[in-house]
Ligand binder design. Structure first.
Ligand code: TXA
Ligand code: MG
Length: 369
């Protein structure tokens, strides 16, 4: 166990010009990175567990701290567009267009890698995932460190991604040199991953730069990795190796209920699932929108007192849903729930990213009504 320093930034570090005091604190964190140490830091999507991307030993330490299989490649973070070129062997036209429009921001692109990037960082792949985050503290930290920063999400492997410093402290105390506390991550789900290393761009993970935005920018119908469509057969490898792991999963099994044509049928279907689960003697939890909860309360046999309720925000507010998702899944693990029933949402725009995480959390146990 190492000592983990907590470096607390001003509450406004993600919305305003960084204060001089915060810049001083980030210098300390940047020194740690430069020397091969590990620093968890905030980004606009989720917290990252950073290390010097050019030092194979730093990547090893990231895998060890996360408890992550080392065939799962790391995303390399930059703080200036000119830092892309040395990392990759070519920059396709589609990447140029996407970078111009969405960088810095919640978009990761997969390129053919250059020899500069150690294969320990890319899990042995000949491609490298690069992201240019827009969070001011992340940008300044990377800039001050003077090196590209490899960073997976700052959670222990198998747990939901971390969206607050408190989550990082829970998962990583004693395993990293420092945790930079920059408040809660604005977006709450990890970046979009777009593979531009092949013949045609392919979506590997949906995020806040949505499929619709990419299609609009590139003027194409976007291809998607099979891992987004359903559970993978045992012999199929997803393009993003991380998509095969049982990420995001709460401890209790989870059943997802989705409305095929709107939301009217959802509350009644959830009610039957709840009653069935209680009848089987399981401690049951419910994760749903405030609208759904209201509809359930209006139904006669809603077993309100017998279940654990984690109400999210409005089903119309995709940003709130994304923002709260991992926090809610973590809270679920703190209850004694043995079975979770969750309401699905629209898969348009950011909803697609939320549903991707929920489907994986539910191990694709989805009831369409
Ligand atoms: O928002 C984010 O992307 C956060 C913040 C910290 O930037 N990072 C993040 O990293 O979510 P991680 O490691 O938890 O997820 C990265 C995903 C994994 O599924 C990994 O397999 C995939 O990206 N990936 C990384 N490099 C890749 C590559 N060269 N080819 C295909 N997939 C890659
Ligand atoms: Mg992750």
């Amino acid at each position: 166990m190492m000592e983990t320093r907590i470096i607390k930034l001003n509450d406004y570090c993600r919305t305003e010009i960084l204060s001089d005091a915060d810049r001083e604190k980030l210098k300390e964190a940047a020194e740690i990175l430069k020397e091969g140490g590990l620093v968890a830091f905030p980004t606009e999507t989720v917290y990252g567990l950073g290390g010097n991307a050019l030092m194979p030993e730093a990547s090893e330490r990231i895998y060890a701290a996360k408890g992550r299989p080392s065939d799962n490649p790391l995303i390399v973070h930059i703080a200036d567009i000119k830092d892309l070129k040395p990392l990759v062997s070519e920059i396709p036209e589609a990447a140029r267009k996407m970078a111009e429009r969405y960088w810095p921001g919640p978009l990761t692109m997969v390129f053919k890698k250059s020899p500069l990037v150690p294969s320990r960082t890319t899990g042995g792949l000949d491609t490298v995932a690069v992201r240019f985050p827009v969070h001011p503290a992340a940008m300044e930290l990377i800039r001050l460190s003077g090196v590209p920063v490899a960073a997976p999400s700052a959670n222990r492997s198998g747990r939901p991604s971390t969206t607050t410093a408190a989550h990082c402290i829970e998962d990583l105390t004693g395993r990293v040199d420092a945790i930079v506390d920059g408040g809660s991550a604005d977006i709450g789900v990890e970046s979009t991953i777009l593979d531009v290393s092949g013949e045609e761009p392919q979506l590997l993970r949906p995020g806040a730069v949505t499929k619709e935005m990419i299609e609009e920018t590139l003027g194409i119908e976007l291809a998607e990795d099979a891992a987004l469509k359903g559970p993978l057969a045992a012999d199929v490898r997803p393009k993003a190796p991380g998509m095969k792991y049982r990420h995001y999963a709460p401890k209790a099994p989870m059943q997802l209920v989705m409305g095929k044509n709107g939301s009217e049928a959802v509350a009644p279907a959830i009610l039957s699932c709840l009653l069935e689960s209680i009848r089987k003697g399981r401690k049951t939890a419910l994760l749903c929108s405030e609208e759904c909860l209201r509809e359930l309360k209006a139904l006669d046999s809603f077993p309100e007192k017998d279940i654990i309720i984690k109400p999210g925000g409005s089903r119309r507010d995709q940003y709130a849903m994304a923002h709260d998702l991992f926090e809610l899944l973590r809270e679920m693990d703190e209850t004694d729930a043995e079975y979770i029933i969750a309401e699905g949402c629209s898969e348009e725009q950011l909803g697609y990213a939320v549903m991707n995480r929920l489907k994986k959390a539910a191990a694709w146990q989805i009831l369409y009504v």
